[in-house]
Design a protein around this ligand. Structure first.
Ligand code: ATP
Ligand code: MG
Length: 654
């Protein structure tokens, strides 16, 4: 059975620079040795990685899958994750090293050393304890990207309260749904936050949401913008008032490895948000391992990840992972184009950033804005670049390599999900030859395969379902309050050797060198004249054209072909949105990947509907292409106006 046809042929390869390899924590031999160890004895491999953490009771066992697909890792171990992030550094020279380097959107900055961060986390933890918040309670955090956000996350972990961070761009409805679903008893927020020079009314949104959440007993408000907010007596407290009297020491709550560390609701490119549950010991182990080796993290590094702590990337690779390794973490509050389009590059120069981690959607925006912005900065401290969130098209990869990395920095294209908790497939920058657009190979200890519907393995370059065949330490443990949904969503249909396997939702192929290419979500796969084509490849061909900034491709029912291919395209560089341009782009796709992928219809638009984490919502575009308007769930959409425009321009034609 044919699963997904591959049409992309990217042949360039990039070898890690010698100077990088010379200082890397892992070179080719080191990586091979880890792979071998993990293959021979996966439990032993992960158990040895777990030893890198601070445990109060070290675990003696790794995976327990006796209740598969429900799993446990390191179940007889006990720890508090904040001891691995903070306390362990206090008796070392890192004690007075910068832990967080925070840059506000308006331009001010704050630096917290490990000693200070530990102190602030302890004070906040003591304040939460005083409010009566206990181990196992759920606490919602809804804040701008300020240091208190990281402090709040760690303070919850310190006392064993399960945190659920809601991205500060979400609405009151989204807060209400998530507070109710999690059964949260406290909300930590701020008066407001800055975004593109405007103030986002966070406290106001919380007030609206909590009209429908009677179980919330406490709201703690950080002063960020200084605007007036209404305070409900008895329920609402200012952060500074609460912390004022608290001591900078707080005994951590020691919890079993399987204690729920956090709930994180998925962003919703595919429907109703789910509360993904991560626990403590396994999560910490995989995050520690991946942060160290994938980012090749050294003590000298200054690390800048542009994600928001509201996404899993921010949890794992701004807060927990880098702090475990004593990194200096740059945290930026605002938008990349405020007050100007060189803001990220300015921050890189200002703080001497060495490792930079961002998303393909951002990289395509930088390309659209023009090279003059990065070219105005030296950025000669950079040594490693990373991406996450979507397949990166080779043209954007190469631009990133040349214009940001100045051909000097390896690129790690990291594939993972909210559900996987940590990175699963990625180059190791001192060991892996990279190919633009491929996330290369599974990490040691991670068993990823591409299979047909019947569970048989796909051949080389044959597209199929991307699955994980062996549980991994930072695997989600369940969907909060709905274990059946966990089983059905992730272990529903696909089996290997008779056993259900974790289905990622993505389509992918392994090439002749065993490199993995993610082809997009299988829900988005196009079915054109008997061929099943992944969206990523057609979109990659379109954005490979110098005048295309962004593209999204969806199918529309078509009597003859099964589906007609509709491309939504954003232009750059002054080309007019005419039929002539459309025809030129259709020919471009034919030339790049062949006649089967020729778009039937090209629609020009100023912007595409995206989630608040910047991912294209093809589901909505499919509805627009089919019926002229989108009717599905749009609560996680970034900008409603985009959708309205697309829908109305469509009905104008009719
Ligand atoms: P939802 O699950 O609510 O629809 P989401 O899937 O966008 O939202 P995430 O968990 O942040 O939420 O994203 C994971 C998905 O992002 C992956 O399944 C994959 O489709 C895509 N992805 C992430 N990193 C990469 C990468 N390096 N290459 C290709 N695709 C990637
Ligand atoms: Mg997903």
């Amino acid at each position: 059975m044919k699963t997904i046809d591959s049409v992309l042929t990217e042949k360039r390869t990039f070898v890690p620079p010698e100077s990088f390899v010379a200082q890397a924590l892992l070179n080719r031999e080191g990586l091979d040795a880890l792979h071998k160890q993990a293959q021979n004895d996966p439990d032993g491999f992960w158990l040895s990685q777990a030893q890198e953490l601070v445990w109060r009771t070290p675990p003696t066992q790794a995976l327990d899958d006796s209740d598969y697909p429900f799993v446990r890792w390191f179940a007889d171990g006990q720890l508090n994750i904040t001891e691995s992030c903070l306390d362990r550094h206090l008796s070392t020279p890192r004690r007075n090293k910068a832990a967080l380097i925070w840059e506000g959107e308006p331009g001010e900055h704050r630096v917290l050393t490990y000693f200070e961060l530990h102190r602030e986390v302890c004070r906040a933890a003591n304040a939460l304890l005083k409010l009566g918040i206990k181990t196992g309670d759920r606490v919602v955090i809804y804040m701008p990207m300020v240091p208190e956000l990281a402090i709040a996350v760690l303070a919850c972990a310190r006392i064993g309260a399960t945190h659920s961070v809601i991205f500060g761009g979400f609405s009151a409805e989204a807060i209400r749904d998530r507070v109710q679903d999690a059964g949260a008893i406290a909300v930590l927020t701020a008066d407001g936050g800055y975004r593109r020079g405007k103030v986002v009314p966070l406290k106001h949104n919380v007030d609206e949401a909590l009209k429908h959440c009677q179980d919330v007993r406490h709201v703690v408000v950080v002063n960020r913008t200084g605007q007036d907010v209404s305070m409900h007596p008895g329920r609402d407290h200012f952060w500074t008032d609460l912390l004022k009297a608290e001591s900078g020491r707080c005994e951590p709550a020691i919890v079993p490895a399987e204690h729920p560390l956090f709930i994180l609701y998925t962003s919703g490119t595919t429907g109703k948000p789910k509360g993904v549950v991560h626990t403590t010991g396994g999560y910490a182990t995989q995050i520690s391992f991946t942060t160290k080796y994938v980012f090749d993290l050294h003590d000298e590094d200054t690390y800048f990840c542009t994600a928001d702590v509201g996404w899993v990337t921010g949890h794992s690779y701004i807060v927990y992972g880098p702090l475990m390794h004593g990194a200096s973490v740059v945290m930026y509050e605002g938008a990349p184009d405020t007050p100007h389009r060189g803001r990220f590059w300015e921050i890189i120069d200002k703080w001497g950033v060495t490792i930079f981690y961002t998303a393909p959607t951002a990289i395509r925006a930088f390309m659209r804005w023009g090279d003059q912005h990065p070219n105005a900065y030296r950025m000669d401290t950079l040594r490693l670049l990373g991406t996450v969130g979507e397949p990166i098209n080779p043209a954007a990869w190469v631009w990133y390599h040349e214009t940001i990395g100045r051909k000097r920095c390896p690129i790690i294209d990291t594939w993972w999900q909210t559900e996987t908790g940590g990175i699963m497939v990625s180059p190791l920058p001192g060991a892996t030859v990279t190919k633009p657009g491929s996330c290369t190979q599974p990490l040691p200890g991670i068993a990823v395969e591409v299979i047909h519907k019947d569970g048989s393995r796909c051949g080389k370059n044959e597209g199929g379902y991307l699955v994980v065949t062996r549980p991994w330490p930072s695997q989600l443990r369940t969907v909060w309050g709905d274990p059946e949904r966990y089983r059905k969503t992730y272990f529903g249909d696909l089996k290997v050797g008779g056993r259900p396997v974790y289905f990622t939702g993505d389509g992918a192929r392994f090439d002749e060198d065993g490199y993995l290419w993610v082809m997009g979500r299988v829900d988005d796969v196009l079915n054109v004249a008997g061929h099943r084509i992944g969206t990523a490849e057609v979109e990659s061909a379109l954005v490979g054209h110098p005048h295309v900034a962004e593209a999204a491709v969806v199918g529309r029912p078509d009597e003859l072909k099964g589906q007609a291919l509709v491309a939504f395209v954003t232009l750059r560089g002054g080309l007019a949105a005419t039929d002539q341009t459309a025809n030129m782009l259709k020919e471009h796709v034919v030339k790049e990947i062949g006649a089967i992928a020729r778009p039937d219809d090209i629609r020009f638009t100023d912007a595409l509907p995206k989630t608040r984490s910047g991912k294209i919502m093809r589901r909505l575009l499919r509805e627009i292409a089919t019926s002229g308007r989108a009717v599905g769930d749009v609560t996680t959409l970034e900008d409603f106006a985009v959708l309205q425009k697309l829908s109305s321009s469509d009905s104008d034609e009719e």
